[in-house]
Design a protein around this ligand. Structure first.
Ligand SMILES: [Zn+2]
Length: 1031
């Protein structure tokens, strides 16, 4: 999935809550059993019924209802396992799966400093225990579970506690994760959507195989009304069965009279009805107004992560892969699409048509299933072997050409790069008029927002960059995610980090003119900003509840994931590509965990370097290192510590990373050959450089995920070198110095004075990435001062920015600009100048809008200037009205979005109130745009308190539209709170979110918001004087 607004500088971020991550630091993974299995890693042969899956990267036993939900036998087994301790569990590993909840019980306490007597006693106990173990272990089938263990003496029977189902009967399962005893093999779905009444009926036939003897079948279903269910064992006859439902876990269950035996096959059939969803997930309805002003409706799906269960009963976890045969009944005036090509169409007796799609030729996770009922038109091209099509509403057919060309090029590129052909016969890319995410990688049927797929004839290269990036991301998922899928959402980064990395990598290869390098650099800086918070989380982290799963879709999974892959590629370029091909080939069609990737890379490493060891330090602990450099003559000492803006008891413990450090110096600093490598594994190590070296710059081109502090002398040497000649470093290195020094200033390591010294030394800077980084940082300080109503300092900051960048701003032309990098630079400069009300900028923008309006909106405003022009226009009464009029009539969505941002930037309080409401109501402005509106309103002075008030008043409606923890909610919380820096606002935010309880108080984004406000407060309070003195 692409988060869209998360792209570039606006990426949504945010964190959440959970079992603290520091616990991952203490203990290495236990021996892993299933990971080398190339058969079916998700369903190891001895996996017990009662045991819910537990990700390997977690070490706690997490159960739905704590220990109470264990059967007596299980309890007994657990005691055994405790007694045996880890070493035994490792020894028995050939029979144990990675899903055993006992894998990470800590070792039993041993007899420390024993007397002889206690030693003898201990020895006796040990012998006794060992004998017991041998007996139990050698008993056939004993896996220390209910199914496998011998019956214990029931002196104190332990009653399992099961929750009550909707009907009041006990529901036979208490975990959030499904039992592993049944595996779905294939689904046969027939759906009949009624777009007049916004309902649908369905029939789902699930063919299953029994892996372990069991008396229950538990699967997912949510918001559907099951009318009838039947069960058939083997070739027997289908009997009606009673379906129990436990709504809090979105599960249904069937209790069997007879125990199902391992190896048996069975079939469950459900007939059901439901409403089409009015939100953006499940099988949902969407509408648009066509060119004749008629409202047209359609229905589409968005299942990732947990919403397939809202369209059909299913085993809705990524490791339950199966085949799908899909049939959709529709009225003759609609068309349908699904993952596979259409096989046939038949006319039904009720005047409906039935479209049947080919059965999938691959096993697929439920979250990748998709279907659409609409009136779309298509353009297509046949790539060797694969039909590529782009679908849109008919009036936007002309806007699909760029997407079609780009998708075809990317498909050819990925086929070759991964050395595995795209496995399906067709690939559809569909622009959906109402779509919350940027895009969704459903196998063979990728869905997009209109803005991320469609482009007008006059679109700018910046708009092309957005579309190409999203297509590149989604196509990469067809391999990373669809072909090889993470076993559970804790490793979402295996999907998203890779797709994000591949999106930049592939476009640099096939569309270098789109210059995605600058974008990727700023993405890495923003990922570090977020990961510097204590509320961040490890890339690979434990998740259980739906809210936690939703929260994984954040910048850590996407952008930090991509950043550490870039770092790995930069330090091991030969192994990297080979390793990922090996990984894809080994695990195609299967599910994986992070360790599987590192193992594949280690296997191809010619130097036999232990890549697991190095990379685990980046995926299993949150945050990133701060590398301190100190130098005495030819001796350079490099030391590392966690870069943490907030430290508390959980973070004080020392954490180490294996850091592939690169460095250049004054004798050679620009070409890639200049970069030397040093691996810092311990807390501190020494490095020798020639005494004549004047300065060192670490992290060449900022490909490593760490911040560097050069110490006073080191910074001064760099500042001096840059004052003489800015070109001694690459633009990426200059941008990274700016990013790092601001980060160090927030950390309190470097005084703000030094930040300004560095910026002053770069007064001749004209390159895009350093200028953009400097503007972003300065604008953020300006924003904080503005919201604190420090008007004197705000004015001085404005003067500083305009003095520093004024000549560069004035040098910008207002005509068409070809180079994308120059467009990016101009866009950043002009937006800043106009936002600060710089006279000539406002005059130019006003005159350009007037020309536009006088031409009856026929002349073209250069794409990179449109935002600034619309924003300036929206500040006047007439401008706002004509922009709103234009917004409601325009069909080109990229432009429309910029108009909307312009409208939301108004400083008129009544209009702010109106636009927030309109975004929530969804009539004139689609609700999918609400996070963008809120973000824009919050950037202005007039609206940020309104927006804060608005989300408090409308919280329940917001979480009805956007699921708790989702990236939309993350973005809304961040936008409304991240510019507060006073105790009063901190108290307000804390009070509001804690009052929400189940409705959001536990979200990671809430913790991040509170931490950010505290940090803002600290930074502002300790620097207000310095700002006064130095600005
Ligand atoms: Zn994605």
């Amino acid at each position: 999935m692409d988060l869209f607004d998360s792209n570039a500088a606006e990426r949504a971020n945010l964190p959440r809550n959970m079992i603290e991550n520091s616990m991952f630091e203490e203990e290495p993974d236990v021996v892993d059993l299933a990971k080398d299995s190339s058969t079916f890693p998700a369903f190891p042969t001895l996996d017990p019924d009662e045991v819910a899956y537990e990700p390997r990267s977690s070490r706690l036993l997490v159960r739905g209802l704590g220990e109470n939900d264990m059967d007596d036998d299980e309890e007994d087994c657990e005691s055994s396992a405790r007694l045996l301790g880890m070493s035994f569990m490792n020894r028995s590993s050939s029979n144990r799966s990675n899903s055993s909840p006992y894998a990470r019980q800590s070792s039993p306490r041993s007899c420390s400093r024993p007397s002889t007597r206690t030693m003898v006693a201990c020895l006796l106990v040990l012998v006794l225990v060992a004998s017991l173990i041998m007996v139990m272990y050698l008993l056939p089938g004993c896996t220390f579970t209910k199914a496998g263990c011998p019956k214990p003496n029931k002196t104190a029977p332990f009653e399992p506690v099961y929750p009550n189902s909707t009907s009041g009967e006990p529901f036979p399962w208490a975990e959030l994760r499904l039992p592993r005893s049944i595996r779905p093999l294939g689904y046969d779905l027939t759906l009949t959507p009624d777009l007049d009444n916004m309902t649908f009926t369905g029939r789902t036939v699930i063919e299953m195989s029994v892996l372990h003897s069991t008396k229950r079948i538990v699967l997912h279903a949510a918001n559907i009304n099951i009318i009838k269910a039947t069960f058939k064992l083997g070739d027997g006859k289908a009997d009606d069965v009673h379906v129990l439902e436990y709504k809090p876990h979105q599960q249904i269950a069937i209790k069997m009279k007879e125990e199902l035996k391992a190896g048996q096959q069975c079939v469950l059939t459900f007939d059901y009805s439901a409403n089409l969803s009015h939100t953006y997930d499940g099988f949902y309805n969407s509408s648009y107004t066509d060119k004749d002003g008629n409202k047209r409706v359609l229905a589409a799906t968005q299942f990732e992560p947990l919403s397939a269960r809202k369209a059909f009963p299913c085993f809705d976890e990524p490791s339950f892969k199966a085949t799908f045969l899909i049939k959709i009944n529709r009225k003759p005036n609609y068309m349908t699409l699904s993952n596979m090509p259409q096989a046939k169409t038949t006319t039904l007796s009720n005047s409906l048509m039935q479209d049947e799609f080919e059965k999938t030729n691959v096993n697929m996770s439920t979250y990748l299933v998709a279907f659409i009922v609409a009136n779309f038109t298509r353009v297509n091209s046949t790539d060797p072997g694969t039909m590529v099509s782009v679908y849109s509403v008919p009036e936007k057919k002309e806007q699909t050409r760029f997407a079609l060309d780009t998708a075809s090029k990317l498909l050819t590129f990925y086929n070759k790069f991964f050395e595995i052909e795209y496995p399906l016969k067709k690939l559809d890319l569909v622009a959906i008029p109402d779509f919350l995410a940027g895009a969704m990688e459903n196998w063979g049927l990728i869905t997009f927002r209109e803005t991320t797929l469609l482009l007008g004839n006059n679109s700018s290269s910046l708009e092309k960059q957005v579309v190409a990036s999203v297509i590149a991301h989604e196509l990469a998922h067809q391999w990373f995610g669809n072909l090889v899928t993470m076993s559970w959402w804790n490793d979402l980064w295996l999907n998203e980090g890779f797709a994000t990395y591949m999106e930049f990598m592939s476009l640099q290869e096939i569309l270098p003119s789109l210059d995605t390098g600058n974008l990727f650099l700023s993405v890495r800086f923003r990922a570090m900003d977020k990961d510097a918070l204590n509320s961040s989380h490890p890339v690979s982290t434990e998740v259980n509840t739906p809210e936690q799963v939703e929260e994984m879709f954040d910048s850590v999974s996407y952008e930090k994931g991509a950043s550490i892959l870039l770092m790995l590629n930069a330090s091991l370029p030969k192994e990297f590509k080979k390793g990922i091909i090996q990984y894809l080939k080994t695990f195609r069609g299967l599910n994986t965990e992070t360790e599987d990737l590192w193992n594949s890379l280690t296997q191809v490493s010619t130097t036999r370097q232990n890549i697991s060891e190095m990379m685990n330090s980046w995926t299993s602990q949150k945050g990133f290192p701060l590398v301190n450099v100190s130098r005495k003559g030819d001796q350079v000492t490099l030391s590392q510590e966690p870069f943490l803006l907030t430290s508390d008891n959980t973070t004080k413990k020392s954490r180490l990373w294996t850091i592939p450090i690169t460095y250049v110096n004054d004798s050679c600093s620009l070409a890639p050959e200049c970069s030397q490598m040093f691996t810092l594994k311990s807390k501190s190590e020494n490095l020798k450089v020639p005494e004549s070296v004047k300065w060192l710059k670490l992290n060449y081109k900022s490909t490593g995920f760490y911040v560097v502090d050069y110490g006073n002398d080191g910074w001064n040497a760099l500042i001096e070198a840059l004052s003489t000649n800015i070109s001694v470093l690459t633009p990426e290195d200059r941008a990274s110095l700016i990013h790092n020094i601001f980060a160090l200033s927030r950390l309190g390591r470097v005084p703000f004075e030094q930040v300004l010294h560095l910026l002053n030394s770069m007064s001749n800077e004209t390159e895009t990435s350093p200028v953009r980084e400097a503007l972003l940082q300065l604008n953020s300080v300006h924003g904080l001062l503005d919201k604190r109503q420090e008007s004197g300092l705000v004015a001085r900051m404005k003067t500083y920015i305009l003095t520093h960048f004024g000549s560069l701003m004035n040098n910008q032309s207002w005509g068409e600009e070809q180079s994308l990098s120059k467009q990016e630079l101009r866009s950043a400069l002009v937006s800043t100048a106009c936002t600060l009300n710089e006279e000539s900028c406002v005059a130019n923008a006003t005159s350009l809008f007037k020309q536009y309006s006088d031409s009856n909106f026929t002349i073209t405003i250069p794409g990179d200037l449109q935002q600034a022009v619309f924003t300036v226009a929206a500040q006047s009464d007439d401008g706002w009205k004509s922009l709103l009029n234009l917004y409601t009539t325009t069909t080109y969505d990229a432009e429309k979005r910029k108009m909307l941002k312009g409208l939301a930037s108004t400083q008129d309080p009544r209009r702010i109130a109106w636009i927030l409401k309109a975004g929530l109501n969804g009539d004139i402005i689609q609700t999918q745009e609400l996070p963008l509106i809120i973000n824009t309103v919050c950037n202005g002075f007039a609206g940020y308190l309104f927006a804060w008030d608005f989300i408090q008043v409308n919280w329940d409606r917001l979480i009805d539209k956007f699921p708790l923890g989702s990236f939309a909610i993350q973005s809304i919380i961040k936008s409304t709170t991240s510019q507060f820096s006073t105790q009063a606002h901190l108290d307000q935010v804390q009070a509001f979110f804690s009052s929400l309880k189940q409705r959001g108080s536990q979200m990671r984004s809430v913790r991040e918001a509170l931490e950010t406000i505290r940090l803002n407060k600290r930074w502002m309070e300790s620097n207000l004087q310095a700002f006064g003195k130095w600005l």
